[in-house]
Design a protein around this ligand. Structure first.
Ligand SMILES: Cc1ncc(COP(=O)(O)O)c(C=O)c1O
Length: 377
């Protein structure tokens, strides 16, 4: 049997970083400031500079990054936050956790990102029903591609909403020269190991250009602290990025721009080869956008068959996401716009191995196996 291919090869990156990573970890351990040590601030500064945003605030994970912003905006019971139905649970979970109501919105068939028309329909529905106050929208940069902010921003302004961008998968992506992180009133990202910029555990960050919000986010992430550690001026959470993780991320951020180019090359090779089959829908990137290719996701008519054919050849795949959030047991009671696209694509999407270090031979093996299973027609 052919050798098993990894879905994401984090060890290849580990080998590339080699001794610099070990030195950074050792320095963080020996420095002894394991919580909020100097590496955390240094990383925040580099991260903000990279994203082209005034403030980057590190925290414990991407879920908290979103939660902390919603808390800072005092969103809560009676408030509606518009969230795509086709996303990872965390996007809607944080809305429900603070007592507000996620309102589900459909996505676009070709980009998997929030559909501006469905967003308009959902805001109109909520206003008409008069039960919830529309407060915010949370576009998600799914699979690494920025949402269509050019179309979303006018709706946000007209509806007087706040925009919190869930850039957990899209950190580093670009839209018309703006980086994910710098778009919206605030953004959140995740450094979960499998993310394009990942650490060796959990981690996350929020971003904003708003000085007041920056101040609030920094307070909320450490128990609502005031000027002093033991002055608590609001209810907060405990959500800090570990010093060791910050040290690791400083090293990984150095090679991130190069890795983005490598990811782009892998994605383009996939699309050139697989796009020849009219049974495969390859990802579409909107004009002016650059994806970070957190996932390379295609649509095929018989997804289950493709998955088992590839598995038999040692090629792992993943299904992101098999059930739209608004159809999940935990979320089915929240309001939703009609979501025909989310329901349809949940049955056809399949993600292929994707990482910067996917070599040409391995990629050819994957492409051949996909074409053999799906057909060339
Ligand atoms: C779209 C999206 N939002 C939020 C998160 C939450 O990030 P974390 O796992 O770091 O809490 C993830 C992580 O998988 C995600 O994919």
């Amino acid at each position: 049997m052919a050798a098993q291919i990894p879905f994401i090869d984090l060890q290849a990156q580990r080998r590339r970083l080699g001794a610099s990573l070990e030195r950074a970890i050792t320095a963080a351990v020996e420095g002894g400031q394991w919580i909020m040590g100097p590496q955390v601030q240094a990383f925040e500064e580099r991260l903000a500079e990279f994203a082209g945003v005034k403030h980057a605030i590190a925290c414990a994970n991407g879920t908290d990054a979103l939660l902390i912003v919603l808390r800072a905006w005092e969103i809560g019971p009676g408030d509606a936050v518009f969230v795509p139905a086709f996303t990872f649970a965390a996007s809607a979970e944080v809305v429900a956790l603070i007592g507000a109501s996620p309102v589900f919105v459909d996505v676009l068939e070709d980009t998997y990102n929030i559909d501006p028309k469905s967003l308009e329909a959902a805001t109109a529905m909520v206003r008409e029903e008069g039960k919830l106050r529309p407060r915010a929208v949370m576009p998600v940069d799914l699979f690494g591609q920025p949402a269509d902010y050019g179309a979303i921003e006018p709706i946000v302004v007209r509806e007087k909403l706040k925009m919190l961008c869930d850039a957990a998968q899209g950190f580093g992506a670009l839209l018309d020269g703006r980086r994910a992180g710098a778009i919206g009133d605030a953004a959140g990202t995740s450094f979960f190991p499998a993310k394009p910029l990942g650490c060796y555990g959990d981690g996350g960050a929020t971003f904003t250009n708003d000085d007041t919000l920056n101040h609030l986010l920094r307070s909320i992430r450490i128990h609502g602290q005031g000027a002093d550690k033991y002055e608590n001026v609001r209810i907060g959470v405990n959500s800090r990025l570990d010093t060791i993780q910050a040290a690791i991320l400083i090293e990984k951020l150095r090679i991130f721009p190069d890795e983005m180019v490598m990811r782009e090359n892998v994605a383009q090779r996939y699309s050139r080869a697989l796009g020849r089959s009219n049974r495969i829908r390859v990802p579409h990137v909107i004009e002016g956008a650059r994806s970070t290719w957190a996932q390379y996701t295609i649509q095929v008519p018989d997804r289950d068959r493709l998955q088992s054919d590839l598995k038999a050849k040692g090629i792992p795949t993943a299904i992101y996401y098999p059930i739209p959030l608004s159809k999940q047991k935990g979320y089915a009671h929240f309001p939703s716009a009609p979501i025909p696209v989310s329901e349809r694509i949940a049955k056809t999407v399949i993600s292929l191995p994707m990482h910067p270090y996917l070599d040409v031979q391995t990629q050819d093996r994957i492409v051949d196996a996909v074409l053999e299973s799906v057909g060339h027609a």
